[in-house]
Design a protein around this ligand. Structure first.
Ligand code: FES
Length: 56
């Protein structure tokens, strides 16, 4: 599922980044571009990031 339409970032891509060591929204934004355009996806991206960090 697409989380960020502007940058075509999926939930899978976010989970993959967390598995690779990304642990903050800032890092996620830098490596995927998520939330860097309209910003509408920031909340959902943050939620997925948080859920993944709790899980691992
Ligand atoms: Fe992610 Fe617009 S949907 S920046």
């Amino acid at each position: 599922m697409y989380v960020c339409l502007c940058k075509a970032v999926t939930d899978k891509a976010i989970k993959q980044k967390v598995a690779e060591g990304v642990s903050t929204m800032r890092e996620l934004k830098m490596c995927t571009g998520v939330g860097s355009q309209c910003g509408k996806c920031t909340c959902q991206a943050q939620q997925i990031l948080h859920n993944e960090l709790v899980r691992i």
